[in-house]
Design a protein around this ligand. Structure first.
Ligand SMILES: Cc1cc2nc3c(=O)[nH]c(=O)nc-3n(C[C@H](O)[C@H](O)[C@H](O)COP(=O)(O)OP(=O)(O)OC[C@H]3O[C@@H](n4cnc5c(N)ncnc54)[C@H](O)[C@@H]3O)c2cc1C
Ligand code: SF4
Ligand code: SF4
Length: 534
């Protein structure tokens, strides 16, 4: 029993009071989580912000936004570059799972523009790019496929000191970033700037080398300590409709690659794109930029079922692409050897009773569209010989312990950030194995963090989301980048909308050992200690 200053007696549980002695200055804390990592007694936990939790790469979105809002843009840039050298790429074309999870939506219906802020910070050329290279390990890794998954793995493995040889059948690295995603979304200048790490970090890039032709897996397994396959999914699915084998019916990847190589395919004035994903939208907008007047996109899905990003669908419509939802192709018609019409039938359901993709049609309800060219954008498949490689979903190690898989080849998630995240996970596994460590240790259950918590809503300042400028419609003819970056003042204003959701907190008894306070890079954490102890 203790007595307070006025002499009133109080029941005090000393252990409980000792767990409530961590003070965090929210204006300083960047939610990096360092304090929770170094706590000897596992007392501290990080409440992980929903944006960071939703990012497949686990980027500290809250952290870089915090720095920007506090006029420390350079530290924001550094925070991004600690996670990935590809912030400019992701800042332009990422699928933004972080924004879908952002708590700000519950305040005024609009997420913080996290992707635009990432782009703003990553494009700052005044900040040095970090190229960490560990001491040479004497181990070597072959990576086949230089898309987002292979590039991310190359960066991480080289940073860990392993010798990396990156093979690709194309002459230059980038995968679909270079050969499919159009330049008006991702300019070469950004891609080349961020792929410069290959040279600086001495990754041995060998272009025009095709696995299964002039390279073989057995040879790589003998020559290297580990092999990572990141070949993507480049098989082009067919419609299965009579008449599609013609020069006027072009598969998506062939079309996008031709354009990115600087060729101008002759499309005529009426183009129909079949498909409802991002590739289909990109193809439609590309056809417009090549001078086609009449571009129509037709897909099986209803509007809300389309796989394309909603913002891309709206952009395409603004530019004049006409979209017909709920139709599947049934016939091609030719006149004097030239394609003249494509016929469709009404799609009544996308999936069967078990929920499997199995479209059904009303054969009586039909539609015909005149066309000169059809672009088939109904998805990619894994190329023959590489499908179905059995692998551990956590470590990405295949049944052959030396061989790993990642990216679109391993999972059909189909986004750049997910491919990068898989490249990262595979690289972590390879690094651990090369160091003689257990690749699974601590990975099945994720990090010890708190995700079910309420942020401090009182921090919300009333302000609408800042909208990044886009090229005016009348000049959107060529391939100039469509979305422009935010100017500094607007980027800071947008960063200030962030609620700073995540924060560390004391879980149980604190024994005042203090590494949390000492290691905190922002001097944001203070441990309250009875004065006699400190
Ligand atoms: C038109 C289009 C637009 C898209 N837009 C977006 C978008 O805006 N945002 C988004 O998040 N995602 C988008 N995606 C999806 C995204 O591009 C892919 O999910 C991602 O590129 C997959 O990365 P990856 O590294 O697994 O494979 P890839 O990027 O496909 O790279 C695989 C690499 O392997 C090489 N390769 C293949 N076979 C061999 C072989 N036998 N030997 C040697 N090398 C080989 C290829 O040349 C390629 O360089 C788009 C896709 C398309 C087609
Ligand atoms: S408000 Fe800020 S910290 Fe919270 S989820 Fe959104 S971006 Fe992340
Ligand atoms: S208190 Fe310091 S160490 Fe802990 S999360 Fe915040 S900035 Fe990082």
């Amino acid at each position: 029993m203790l007595h307070n200053a006025t002499g009133v007696s109080m029941e005090v549980n000393l252990l409980t009071s000792l767990s409530d002695n961590i003070r965090i200055d929210r204006d300083k804390c960047s939610a990096c989580g360092k304090c929770a990592e170094v706590c000897i007694l596992d007392n501290l936990r990080l409440q992980l912000s929903p944006c960071r939790h939703a990012c497949p790469l686990g980027m500290n979105c809250q952290g870089y936004i915090h720095y920007l809002a506090h006029d420390k843009a350079a530290k924001g840039t550094e925070t991004i570059r600690e996670s990935t050298p590809f912030g400019g790429i992701l800042g332009r074309i990422c699928s933004r799972p972080c924004e879908a999870a952002c708590n700000r939506i519950k305040v005024d219906g609009e997420a913080v523009a996290i992707r635009d802020l990432k782009r703003f910070l990553s494009d700052r050329t005044e900040a040095p790019i970090l190229y960490p290279t560990g001491a040479e390990s004497g181990k070597s890794v072959a990576i086949a496929g230089a898309g987002p998954a292979g590039l991310t793995a190359a960066f991480i493995l080289r940073s860990a000191g392993h010798r990396v040889t990156l093979y690709d059948r194309e002459p230059t690295p980038g995968g679909l970033l270079r050969w499919a995603i159009p330049e008006f979304r991702l300019p070469y200048e950004c891609l080349d700037r961020e792929l410069a790490f290959l040279k600086v970090m001495n990754v041995d890039f060998q272009g025009e080398r095709t696995l299964g032709q002039d390279l073989d897996l057995e040879g790589l397994k003998q020559q290297f300590d580990a092999v990572l396959l990141t070949l993507g999914a480049h098989g082009q699915a067919k419609l299965g409709v009579p008449g599609e084998d013609s020069d006027h019916v072009i598969p998506l990847l062939s079309f996008m690659k031709m354009v990115r190589q600087g060729q101008t395919p002759s499309l005529g004035q009426k183009v129909v794109v079949v498909g409802g994903g991002n590739g289909a939208i990109d193809a439609a907008q590309t056809a417009l930029r090549l001078g086609t007047r009449n571009v129509t996109l037709v897909c099986l899905e209803k509007r809300h079922e389309m796989a394309a990003f909603p913002w891309s669908i709206s952009e395409a419509e603004e530019e004049g692409v006409i979209i017909h939802n709920g139709w599947g192709p049934r016939s091609f018609h030719y006149k004097a050897g030239r394609l003249s019409v494509i016929g469709f039938k009404k799609c009544t359901a996308l999936c069967d009773a078990k929920g499997c993709f199995c479209p059904s049609y009303d054969e009586e309800a039909t539609m015909e569209l005149p066309c000169d060219t059809v672009i088939v954008a109904i998805g990619q498949t894994i190329e023959e010989g590489w499908a179905g490689i059995v692998h551990n979903p956590v470590t990405l190690q295949s049944e052959n312990p030396k061989v790993f898989v990642a990216g679109d080849l391993a999972s059909r998630a189909g986004t750049v950030v997910e491919a990068m995240a898989q490249g990262k996970e595979a690289a972590i596994s390879i690094d651990r194995i090369l160091k003689g460590e257990d690749p699974e240790y601590g990975r099945r259950n994720g990090r010890a963090v708190e995700i079910d918590f309420s942020p401090d809503w009182s921090r919300a300042r009333s302000r609408a989301r800042v909208v990044a400028p886009v090229l005016p419609m009348e000049v959107r003819k060529g391939f100039e980048e469509m979305a422009k970056g935010l100017p500094y003042e607007q980027a800071v204003a947008e960063a200030e909308r962030c609620l700073g959701c995540g924060i560390p907190f004391g879980l149980r008894t604190c024994w005042f050992c203090l590494p949390c306070e000492i290691e905190c890079p922002e001097q944001a954490l203070h441990v309250e200690i009875p004065y006699l102890l400190r």
